[in-house]
Design a protein around this ligand. Structure first.
Ligand SMILES: [Zn+2]
Length: 449
């Protein structure tokens, strides 16, 4: 049992004092208001941790039992208490778009460094992209990755499988379906071996049930996949959801808005770098795909968030070393696991975006799209994946945040120089796996789908 006390929780738009109780991988009690004591004797008192009756007995300085009021006499269990120091309790990010790089390019990142970066950054579940070396296009590569993640990951995890022109049968197999969160499709010419050309394959992939994630490579790719989705819709009685990765242009939003009038299962994602970094003014290490947008596109993205047209924020954490980034043709991608939550929640504190909107974009919507789980607030029954943010004035520096080094092997951030109003101080994945102010406690994590 883990109790986080002295925190603020969001209820009907207001932050109110609270404590939460966690057992295993679930929240089992939320108390709004100060902890209440209803029995206090020398060295012993009982504390209510939940309005529905989860209680905790403290005896000789040790918290012991947690149970329903009616079963107070049952055997005692040990309780850990974390002091939230008055911070904001938010849902841990369920990041649908991460490139862990292991197996194949461990010098850039591995499951250990990547998931530690996630935990430190307030990201509690990561869905890993399949463009490894070699890519995840068969059961063999998928199961290899599942084994590695199971041994090394500090956060919960899931996997996307790559579509090729000739592996649909494998994707339809029960073994693959049971172990993936989505099917990733690359329509960008530059992604080499993973570029899917066969239009029949692009239509038939929608017959398998997992969401189909698209790297469009721009408006032409988006038009192409919308056409294929429409063809599948007309041909088959039931089709999978379509998920557009890292949307970045006003023109893409226009196409998407039109398509969403006809289909309810089309979703889209935006990255923090496309929301906050402008192509004309960005001076950091180069190259990302899609490229950073112009001011008018960025304004359109923010407006789309306001109108509910964007479903998720994905970090698209794509680590490369500083040396690689200084090459004449640097590889594309920015690291983002340690900056996404602090950057976007700092924007919420400056009232650029609502906290409730961020809860949906960073967590609830991804859980709905990829795990079919519906949540609308942090309450009893919600996964134990929560974060406590602490207030302060922090700066993203060359190698970390306020001198605290990044965990990602990339070791740098495109947000260098950004001023932050908050950063994660506690991140919980489950009762026994959490980050607390610079210290990591790792225990068994799990596959989310
Ligand atoms: Zn990506």
């Amino acid at each position: 049992m883990l109790i986080i006390e002295n925190i603020k929780i969001l209820r009907s738009g207001d932050w109110i004092s609270s404590s939460v109780a966690i057992q295993g991988s679930r929240i089992i009690g939320v108390l709004c208001g100060e902890p209440r004591y209803f029995s206090k004797r020398e060295n012993s008192f009982i504390r209510i941790c939940s309005e529905t009756g989860v209680v905790c007995l403290k005896k000789r300085g040790l918290y012991r039992k947690v149970s329903r009021l009616a079963t107070l006499d049952e055997s005692m269990e040990e309780v850990k208490i974390l002091d939230g120091e008055g911070g904001y309790l938010i849902p841990g990010m369920f990041d649908p778009h991460v490139h862990v790089r292991e197996p194949g390019q461990e010098y850039k990142e591995d499951w250990h460094s990547c998931s530690k970066a996630a935990l430190k950054g307030g990201v509690t579940s990561i869905l890993d992209m399949p463009n490894n070396k070699p890519p995840v296009v068969s059961k063999k590569e998928l199961f290899k990755k599942i084994r590695i993640a199971g041994k090394k990951s500090y956060v919960n995890y899931g996997f996307h499988f790559a579509l090729t022109d000739c592996n649909l049968e494998e994707i339809f197999s029960e073994e693959v379906q049971r172990n993936i969160c989505g099917v990733k499709v690359y329509l960008d010419k530059t992604t080499g071996g993973l570029l899917v050309k066969d239009e029949r394959v692009l239509i038939n992939v929608f017959v398998q049930p997992r969401p189909v994630l698209i790297h469009t490579g721009g408006t032409a790719g988006l038009e192409k996949i919308l056409y294929c989705y429409d063809s599948a819709f007309k041909k088959y009685s039931s089709i999978s959801p379509l998920y557009i990765c890292h949307i970045s242009l006003k023109d893409e939003l226009r196409l998407l808005e039109k398509a969403r009038k006809n289909y309810k299962d089309i979703f889209c994602e935006v990255t923090p770098h496309h929301l906050f970094l402008e192509s004309n003014t960005y001076r950091g290490l180069p190259s990302v795909k899609p490229p950073l947008s112009k001011k008018e596109d960025i304004e359109a993205l923010w407006e789309a968030i306001e109108r509910g047209l964007i479903d998720t924020i994905g970090s698209d954490h794509a680590p490369h070393t500083v040396d690689e980034k200084k090459l004449p043709s640097p590889p594309a991608g920015f690291p983002g696991l340690e900056t996404t939550i602090p950057v976007i929640y700092s924007a919420a504190l400056e009232e650029l975006i609502g906290f409730d909107v961020l809860f949906r974009l960073t967590s609830f919507n991804s859980r709905k799209i990829f795990c079919k789980k519906l949540y609308s607030e942090i309450n009893e029954g919600y996964p134990a994946e929560v974060v406590v943010l602490k207030d302060g004035d922090f700066t993203v520096t060359a190698g970390g945040i306020d001198g605290e080094k990044f965990e990602t092997k990339a070791g740098w951030s495109p947000f260098q120089g950004f001023k932050l109003k908050v950063k994660p101080f506690i991140t919980v994945v489950n009762e026994n796996c959490f980050y607390l102010n610079g210290n990591y406690y790792r225990n068994r994590t799990r596959k989310v789908c």
